[in-house]
Design a protein. Structure first.
Lengths: 322, 231
């Protein structure tokens, strides 16, 4: 049975390979960074199982590993490696291979799609081929392997050269790849240490309670602001709902809960579009697309976020109190 | 009420504003908030380690890199650009708006992992967009190319975000329903998901208009090269 853990092990192998290559090229800090991260990925299942069984030590060691990564990250210089091929070579190859080049690239979304749609039906002798949790992501992992195989056939290049190319791209992305995981961990720490409740307490202390429109505006802006701070609308929603949405808008002013919940969440999504805290949507793509400005993607979507926010608040104001 | 954990938020804001390396800033914020929030150091380390490995799925995109690296070396981007240059009817705006629609529809049925910055934007959408822009303005410089790639990534994000909320079995809708159930209000997921539709349509219209305006800006620059040089 294919489980998401296999994809994690594949990532761990790729990270360790990147570390080993850097070690051989005597980039000590890069090597240490990727090796520590690779070890954390490889040991992830063990850590979670031990933690579930009540043994805290492995997760404490992992926490120490995270701090080591944080100390190593400023030492990594984002020096893009020189490309291994000249523009002329690539153009010649593009002319020679033509549309065949699209096939492996399209296999990534296509195989993912097929697994997501039909994965649960693939049962051989009573054994499901794909485990139900995270099936789409398991499919993505499989799709990447299939695409690498297909790419090496199309380009008539051995697969290990693909892995070497992938390592070059990973080194170019550098520490930005780590941010989404760290911010997810930070969100957990914020929740546990009571940052959310503290902000809600401040917000409600200054809130106009009598005016329904003012309360609605405070709710919508609060969703955006809180999402910008936490990097995630899911973290903002329960806090703003418990602080303003439920007691004031629904109970006192009779707002429609379905509309308020749905559109309130979408206000939060507008915050996600403009915050560096949502690194997987905003900072990682900027690194992946080799933009010099790490906030380039945020800049490109800020105006969309503003207009979508304004139209959502307007719609909410028109619909929610009917 | 203990307000001290809020200092962690301050660490983030100051760290990002001063453009320090984001990784130590985030970890420092977690340490500050956690310790001021009354967690012991061992408990905080365990929480940090456990939440870090629980979100390993966020690094899944690196698995696309070997295949994409190999294809790019074999000329994938060059071919995408040459192909776009031949397609007379496929303008920049049509390409990006078509992608936006597809991305949003896929997200609407819950297929958010199918496309994305690593899966589709870097290998396909960005080089095709660059080629489409070059058809309008042949003198595209590095800054323009970067802006264009950023717009492609932004289009991907907008499509995903404002599609996924319409899908009934995905995180957001279930979170909203779960919150209401806890507080004694019973709602069906469909009732919640339906009200994400107006914003989904608005988001599609807004992003499409912005893409179209960007294309018009390029066209104007192409029509008035002297103004461009002066500016």
């Amino acid at each position: 049975m294919l489980r998401i853990e296999y994809a994690y092990w594949l990532i761990a192998a790729f990270l360790l390979y990147t570390g080993a290559r850097n070690l051989r090229e005597r980039h000590g800090w890069h090597a240490a960074f990727w090796l520590v991260l690779g070890l954390l990925f490889g040991a992830g299942d063990f850590i979670l199982k031990q933690s579930a069984a009540g043994h805290a030590l492995p997760s404490q060691v992992a926490g120490g590993g995270v701090i080591v990564l944080a100390l190593l990250a400023p030492r990594l210089h984002r020096k893009p490696h020189p490309e291994n091929s000249s523009a002329e070579q690539r153009l010649q190859s593009a002319i020679r291979l033509g549309h065949r080049l699209f096939v492996p690239a399209l296999l990534i979304p296509l195989v993912t799609l097929l697994v997501a749609l039909f994965g649960s039906w693939l049962v051989i002798d009573g054994y499901a081929l794909f485990a139900a949790p995270q099936m789409t992501l398991t499919g993505l992992g499989l799709a990447c392997a299939v695409a690498l195989f297909a790419a090496s056939r199309v380009a008539r290049t051995p697969m290990h050269e693909g892995v070497a190319e992938g390592r070059r791209l990973l080194d170019a992305i550098g520490w930005a790849a780590l941010l989404p995981l760290l911010l997810a961990a930070l969100g957990q720490v914020f929740t546990r240490s009571g940052v959310g409740t503290a902000i809600a307490a401040i917000a409600t202390a200054f809130l106009p309670t009598g005016n329904a429109t003012a309360a609605l505006l405070a709710f919508a802006l609060g969703m955006v602001l809180f999402t910008v701070i936490m990097g995630n609308a899911f973290a903002a929603f329960p806090v703003m709902m418990a602080g303003i949405g439920l007691p004031l808008l629904i109970r006192q002013h009779g707002a429609d809960p379905a509309i308020l919940g749905s559109m309130g969440m979408l206000c939060g999504y507008c915050g996600t579009l403009v915050t560096p805290m949502a690194a997987d949507f905003n900072l990682v793509p900027a690194a992946l697309l080799e933009l010099r400005n790490p906030y380039g993607v945020i800049r490109a979507q800020a105006w969309s976020a503003l207009w979508i926010f304004i139209s959502t608040v307007l719609l909410m104001w028109l619909l929610v109190f009917r | 009420m203990n307000y001290w954990p809020l200092l962690g938020v301050a660490v983030i804001v100051i760290g990002f504003a001063l453009r320090f390396n984001a990784v130590p800033v985030v970890v420092a914020a977690a340490l500050v908030s956690g310790l001021l929030g009354g967690l012991s150091l061992p408990a905080l380390l365990a929480l940090l380690g456990k939440s870090f490995v629980s979100s390993r799925m966020l690094l899944l995109f690196v698995l696309t890199l070997p295949a994409i690296g190999l294809l790019e070396r074999a000329g994938l981007r060059e071919h995408a650009q040459r192909w776009m240059a031949r397609m007379q009817n496929l303008t920049l705006a049509r390409l990006l708006i078509g992608y936006l629609l597809l991305r949003q529809l896929l997200a609407t049925v819950g297929l958010t992992g199918v496309a994305g910055p690593a899966q589709t934007v870097r290998p396909l959408l960005a080089p095709m967009g660059e080629a489409a822009a070059q058809k309008i303005l042949p003198s595209l410089d590095q800054a323009d190319r970067e802006e264009l790639r950023a717009i492609a990534a932004a289009t991907d994000n907008v499509g995903r975000f404002f599609g996924e909320d319409v899908f009934i079995a995905l995180g957001a809708v279930l979170l909203i329903q779960g919150f209401y159930t806890q507080h004694g209000i019973e709602l069906s997921p469909l009732a919640i998901a339906l009200w994400a539709l107006p914003t989904a349509i608005a988001a599609f219209a807004i992003q499409s208009v912005r893409v179209w305006l960007y294309q018009r800006r390029l066209q104007r620059r192409a029509a008035a090269p002297r103004i461009d040089e002066a500016g």
